[in-house]
Design a protein around this ligand. Structure first.
Ligand SMILES: Cc1ncc(COP(=O)(O)O)c(C=O)c1O
Length: 387
């Protein structure tokens, strides 16, 4: 049953249809890894007034000489404005990075560290760039089979002939975070091979400490950082992201960007979003409270590998292994109770054996906990032959 799963989270209709469940059931969505606080309150409250202002500008193209968004992003990240390119969501940043080598030399390819976000492979395919993958490895110390560890030597060995290496950090869907030192080592090797390292930091704002790689941009011209404002500010409909790179690389990428790809409203919201320190503080306070929630699920007997992001993998054990059948049955069980989990069928290396769940606010997490407790108790009764 691994075909035709929706390739992104938050696709409720096809999921309910797949399991023959009614479409109008109220659902708590744990499949989309978006800040559950929702967009900053002022955004909704002021949208009418904003739209009024922006509406007057809709009769014109967004001003290509207005650099206020780039300047705000540069200030926020401590880089130069000439290193910033605002994009139509993180997705456009991914496609632009792939476009950098849209006319690959013979044998040139991209290396993608998997399991990871499916859009890197899509972007490479779009630009005719062949892809090889390297699967993260299970940590023998960790007591679970989730592929979480980057084998740096294996990446180094695979590097010759690679135009690009895509690494997602923290990684969607595992939540694992390649250490900064490993990235730095890879950047040195990449430099010798003429390889560009593309690090997708779409979830970096959720990491506990300042883990971003921004400070490496000054030292490595072969580093491109991809960012999304979607997840942290809970604005997926706005389509707002950006990339950071060396000045020359940024110029090459800008040449490949579709003209006026970022709309006036999205651009106008960059400054107020990045200035909203209260929203960022509230998000981190929520995360500090809820970060240990997955450990509570582990105590119920689920396998929950450590995550550095606002989502985590969850596996259920059958005969000593996480089994796709168990995760599919669990997914259906949760859907019936009004909880949407993210399947992992289209993440090579996970192959449906796990579910991905987003962290929510505590009330919703408690409800999910109750359902998972019920699942465990039912399974126990089945094993004991009581049902
Ligand atoms: C790792 C990663 N990068 C980028 C994106 C794209 O984000 P955006 O909505 O800003 O295009 C996603 C969306 O799920 C993602 O998971």
């Amino acid at each position: 049953m691994s075909n035709s799963w929706p390739i992104h989270g938050g696709r409720l209709r096809p999921l309910l249809a797949r399991f023959g469940l009614p479409q109008d059931q109220p659902m708590l969505d744990f499949s989309a890894n978006i800040n559950p606080l929702g967009p900053p309150g002022w955004l909704i409250a002021q949208l009418g007034a904003w739209l009024g202002d922006v509406a007057t500008s809709l009769g014109r193209y967004p001003d290509p000489d207005d650099c206020s968004a780039e300047q705000a992003i540069a200030k926020y990240n401590g880089v130069g404005a000439e290193q910033v390119l605002v994009t139509n969501g993180g997705i456009e940043a991914i496609f632009l990075a792939a476009a950098l080598h849209s006319r690959p030399r013979a044998g040139q390819r991209a290396l993608i560290i998997t399991p990871t976000f499916a859009e890197y492979a899509r972007a490479c395919a779009h630009y005719g760039l062949a892809v090889t993958t390297l699967v993260l490895e299970a940590d023998p110390q960790a007591g679970h089979a989730a592929p979480m560890l980057l084998n740096v030597e294996a990446v180094e060995r695979a590097m010759p002939g690679c135009a690009l290496v895509f690494i997602c950090r923290p990684n969607n869907p595992t939540g694992s975070l390649v250490p900064k030192a490993a990235i730095q080592r890879l950047l040195d090797v990449a430099d010798r091979h003429g390889t560009t390292l593309v690090v997708d930091e779409a979830f970096i704002d959720f990491t506990p400490q300042d883990e971003a790689l921004t400070d490496l941009l000054g030292r490595y011209s072969n580093l491109i950082l991809l960012r999304s404002m979607t997840k942290f500010y809970a604005v997926p409909g706005l389509r707002l992201g950006y990339l950071l790179a060396a000045k020359e690389t940024r110029r090459h990428l800008a040449e490949r960007q579709m003209s006026w790809s970022v709309n006036a409203l999205a651009k106008a919201l960059v400054v107020p979003l990045l200035s909203d320190v209260d929203y960022a503080a509230r998000t981190h306070a929520w995360l500090d409270t809820e970060r240990s929630f997955p450990e509570r699920l582990a105590k119920l007997g689920f396998v929950v590998p450590p995550s550095h992001a606002n989502f985590y993998l969850l596996g259920d054990i059958g005969n000593g292994q996480t089994l796709p059948d168990a995760s599919e049955a669990l997914m259906e069980f949760l859907l019936q109770r009004g909880f949407v989990a993210r399947h992992t069928h289209n993440f090579a290396g996970l192959d449906g054996h796990w579910l991905r769940l987003a962290l929510h606010e505590s009330a919703a997490n408690r409800q999910l906990f109750g359902a998972l407790e019920e699942w465990k108790s039912q399974r126990h009764q089945i094993r004991e032959g009581r049902v």
